[in-house]
Write a protein that binds this ligand. Sequence first.
Ligand code: AMP
Length: 281
Amino acid sequence: MQTVTSIQSMREWARDKRRSGASIGFVPTMGYLHDGHLSLMERARRENDFVTASIFVNPTQFGPNEDLDRYPRDLAGDSRKCSDVGVDVLFIPEAGHVYGPTHQTYVEVAKVSLPLCGAFRPGHFRGVATVVLKLFNIIGPQKAYFGTKDFQQVRVIRTMVQDLDLDVEIVPCPTVREPDGLAMSSRNAYLSENERKQAAALHQGLLQAKRLFEAREPVPTKYLDALTTRILTERAAEIDYVKFVDPETLEDLGQVKDRALAVLAVRIGKTRLIDNMLFER
Ligand code: AMP
């Protein structure tokens, strides 16, 4: 595996591969890799001639009081993991090169960026869309792999690809979970032992609501009740949002229909976690 830090070298490598007719699969990450990230890379490995992964803790997607400075890092471990799953090039650009001193252009995906995490993290999806477009322009992948744990992010990226006529296929991938159901996340490393136990309530709450759905519970309020009640039994839990939304538009459904996405963002102590589950008949 090659590690590339220069944007120019990355661009040249990718251009060379594309000219030879080879396909490139791309997995953007912020590093501190876990099995969720690796599942994306493994899928990219199966579906493409070459695989590029990036590690870039993108400053423009963090708010002023968020965890940019303490975001966990382990470049040596990440590099080993990428190499083990067959990544060809690990791209680790420097923030000062990605955003030069004169940088002033941003991508705004107007509607789907607004609700849910967009409402709690103003500017977050603008930063995400901007850096993903930049990485697409540098690498020019045929396919790019994203986890549906970050459901709104996938909606934002897909909308950008459609609206700006980008020639890349977005491949959404399922959420990889810990044995107790907690969605894997680099931010889980912030949790104390006690908080880590409480964090399992997010997935358990989603499962409880799903059981009601499968039993065709007729009282609409019971779904949200079951989900929030389970989460709030944990002392460290504070809810940012818990909702049932339309999986395409992300608009609040008010109640569960035949197709609904349960979405949540919950703070366990100081750590903000997100998760979701699709309910579908
Ligand atoms: P991040 O490093 O958190 O920016 O995540 C990089 C990519 O990995 C994003 O597309 C995430 O949605 C995806 N990802 C993060 N956690 C998981 C998980 N538990 N399962 C599957 N994909 C994930």
